[in-house]
Each structure stands twice: as structure tokens, then as C-alpha cells.
Ligand binder design. Sequence first.
Ligand SMILES: [Zn+2]
Length: 108
Amino acid sequence: MDEQCRNKFENIIFNKDLCRKIIEYTGPLVKKRCIVCESVIEYQILTLNIVNENKKIINLQACDKYYVCSEECYKIEDIERKNIRCILAVLIFTIMCIFLLITVMTIL
Ligand SMILES: [Zn+2]
């Protein structure tokens, strides 16, 4: 690529007006949203990736991870209480299975 051609190419690539028009046309690519208030947490403009402050929460019941934007949204979702309930359910189920197994073993 000769010097003149490279300058033309850079003028196109780094043209702010063209860049703004492309973004207006395509819009930012939203990658992550808050599960409570639907506000944008992570988005991409062309090759630039922008991440806002967020908190990752793991939902054991759904075997999935979610993102919330703030402490208020975290309190509203209250995943920890749901996770504790899920852990308790698994624990009770396991104890019942062990109890059933011991009962069957003593009978036989
Ligand atoms: Zn939120």
C-alpha cells in the first residue's frame, strides 16, 4: 500500500463523522443487561467494549449466572435467599435418601 492510499484509508477509518453515522445506524451492541431493571451493563461500539459497574450473581436453582447493576438491584433479586433454599432442599433430599438406604439395608 503506497503512502497516498494509506492516508486515504486512515481518513476513512478514523473519520469521526463516519464513525458516528455508523454507530447511529447500527446502534451499540448490548451484551449484558441488569436482570432487575434492564439497564445496560456491557455494550460494544465497533471494536470498543464498555463495561459499567456490575455485580455477578450465581443462581443455583437455574444453574445460571446473572448480572445486576447496583446494590439495590442485588437486594431486590435476593438470589442468596433462593440459593440457601436450594441448598437446603438438596441437603434434605440427600438425608432422606441416606435414611431410606439405611432402612432398606436393615430390613434385608
Ligand atoms: Zn439494575
